[in-house]
Design a binder for this molecule. Structure first.
Ligand code: GLU
Length: 376
């Protein structure tokens, strides 16, 4: 018998986040859970833990389960109907995970998060502390968005990005998005027979972004566009990410056995926690446009000085995350601005020693200090 060599990216994972899409877990027509599939996933989770891998699950499905249970109509639900459905479905979902993993002697913990919990530093640290404690105690956290309290503005809206954010938050080294497609294709395989699967991505170039196509209008959840957004967050945090087809039984073990997927591989190791938090901030309020000299300086590991800033856009306060854009409008870095938008506009293009005269106080010499800056 020939034994396939285990894929080290799964086999050697230290901390693994697995995102489970609704369609894998829930029968859309009846709203019931695919029990056999869930059991096979639980077996895979148990196997990973025996190899010394910590496992965190990010599971969708609360709305799909709850909407049938509440007999809500087919078609698009209103936000408050989705929230009601999630509130009902989440109990059933959590219960199913608890029951299934208990067969392997594994305890689960339910963690519901909103975008704010991962964006706001104090709450971020709290959530991270709780997850670290659960992992230390040998528990498998089962995470979902806190749909009942999340309004349109503070929603992730899709668990792909939530999973990436969680992976960055807890410095995971591996993230697997289990979905109904086996990875990123060079074109839409449903329309283009010549489309091929991309096995490895090391940088999210404009060509790669173009492969995902545009998001269908009004479509916020799932899709390749949100998966690439997740990849961007994960890679910037030094976490590798796979998109894999999870529709068959034992989805993780088959990936370990070399199953088809797309791997997104970061250049470096997981970032320091502070930098991971900055890189993963999903909703920077503003941006700083910088000149070529500043781009070169940032790439050489230097701080961003006011002199290199050409434009200031958006409304942000001191300490907020902002995007740093090059002359072509491409995001080259992300960091915490030492100045508010108004003050940044007043000192842009100026030497640091002029700051006091311009603002009436002596702030930091740097617009973004290199410790607060992450190259993308
Ligand atoms: N939080 C939603 C749910 O549990 C799912 C969001 C998603 O699938 O991306 O139903």
């Amino acid at each position: 018998m020939t034994k396939v060599k285990a894929d080290a990216r799964i086999d050697g994972a230290r901390r693994l986040v697995v995102k489970i899409g609704s369609a894998l877990l829930v029968d859309e027509a009846t709203g019931t859970l695919h029990r056999r599939w869930l059991e096979s996933l639980a077996e895979d989770v148990a196997a990973a833990r025996r190899r010394g891998t910590e496992v965190i699950l990010v599971s969708s499905g609360a709305i799909a389960v709850g909407r049938r249970h509440l007999s809500l109509p087919a078609g698009k639900l209103k936000l408050e109907e989705k929230q009601a459905a999630a509130a009902t479905g989440q109990i059933r979902l959590a219960h199913a995970y608890q029951e299934t993993l208990a067969h392997h002697g594994i305890s689960v913990a339910q963690v519901l998060l909103t975008l704010d919990d991962t964006e706001e530093r104090r709450r971020h640290l709290n959530a991270r502390g709780t997850l670290a404690t659960l992992l230390r105690l040998g528990v498998v956290p089962v995470i979902n968005e806190n749909d009942t309290v999340a309004t349109a503005e503070i929603r992730f809206g899709d668990n792909d990005r939530l999973a990436a954010r969680v992976a960055a938050m807890i410095s995971a080294d591996t993230l697997v998005l289990l979905s109904d497609i086996d990875g990123l294709y060079t074109a839409d395989p449903r329309r283009d027979p010549a489309a091929t699967l991309v096995r490895e991505v090391r940088s999210l170039t404009p060509e790669i972004e173009a492969m995902a196509g545009a998001a269908p209008p009004g479509y916020s959840s799932g899709g390749m566009v949100t998966k690439l957004a997740a990849a961007r967050v994960a890679m910037a945090a030094g976490c590798r990410m796979a998109i894999a087809d999870g529709r068959h039984l034992h989805p993780l073990e088959s990936l370990r056995d070399g199953g088809l997927c797309t791997w997104f591989l970061p250049a470096g190791e997981p970032l320091t926690l502070r930098k991971a938090w900055i890189a993963g901030s999903l909703g920077p309020e503003g941006s700083l446009g910088v000149d070529d000299g500043a781009v070169a300086a940032l790439k050489a590991g230097k701080s961003l000085l006011p002199a290199g800033v050409v434009t200031v856009a958006g409304n942000f306060d001191r300490g907020d995350a902002v995007r740093v854009l090059d002359g072509k409008g491409r995001e080259v870095a992300r960091g915490l601005s030492a100045y508010s938008a108004a003050d940044a506009a007043a000192i842009k293009g100026h030497k640091s020693r002029e700051i006091e005269a311009l603002l009436g106080y002596r702030g930091r010499d740097e617009m973004i200090h290199r410790d607060d800056l992450v190259l993308l």
